[in-house]
Design a protein around this ligand. Sequence first.
Ligand SMILES: [Zn+2]
Length: 194
Amino acid sequence: MTGRTHDVAAVAAVSLMAFRQPLPPLDAVTLAACAVATFTGGLAPDLDKPGSSLWRRLPGGGVLARVARPAFVGGHRNLSHSLPGGVLFALLARAALLALPEGYFRPVPVWTCFVVAYVSHLVMDTLTEAGVPWLFPFGGTIGFPPMRRWRIKSGGWFEHGVVLPILWGVILATWRAHLPEIIALLRSLGAGAH
Ligand SMILES: [Zn+2]
C-alpha cells in the first residue's frame, strides 16, 4: 500500500476507535499530538524501508534511514510488520511519551492513536500480495484472502480506485454519524482558547 493509503487507513481506524464510546474531553495540544501519533503510527512499520513516506517526512530522514537500517532484521516487511514488532514500537512510543515534559497533553489518547494506527498498517498490508509476517520470526507471511492472486497489488488501480474511496467513505460516515460530538469538541477547544 502507498503511504497515502496508510495515512487514510490510519485516520479511518482511529476514527472508528475514537467514537466507540463518548469522546473524552480533549485539549488542543492533545488533539494535535493525537493527529501526529496517528500519521506516525500509520507509517511506522515502513521505517524498515529507506525512502518510505515517514523517512521522507522526517528532517534528515535519508541519513537516519541508513543509520537505522541494521535495526530492521531481514529488511522490508519483517520485524516491524509483525505483532512482536508492534509491541516493541508501542513500548518505544510509550517511552518517548513518558520522556516528554508532563502536563502539556494527555499521553494515553496519543499513545492509543499511535497503536491503533500501527495495527491499521499491518491489517492493510495483510490485504496485499506480499502479506505480512504477523508472528515474525515464526511462520511465514500471512495474507488475506488466502489466495495470493486475489489480494491487492500495492499501488495498483484497485488500491486507488476501490480501497481509498472505501476508506474515505468510512471516515466520512463515522464523522457524519458523530457530528454533534465533533462540534461539541471543537467548541470546547474554542472555549479553552479564551
Ligand atoms: Zn508496510
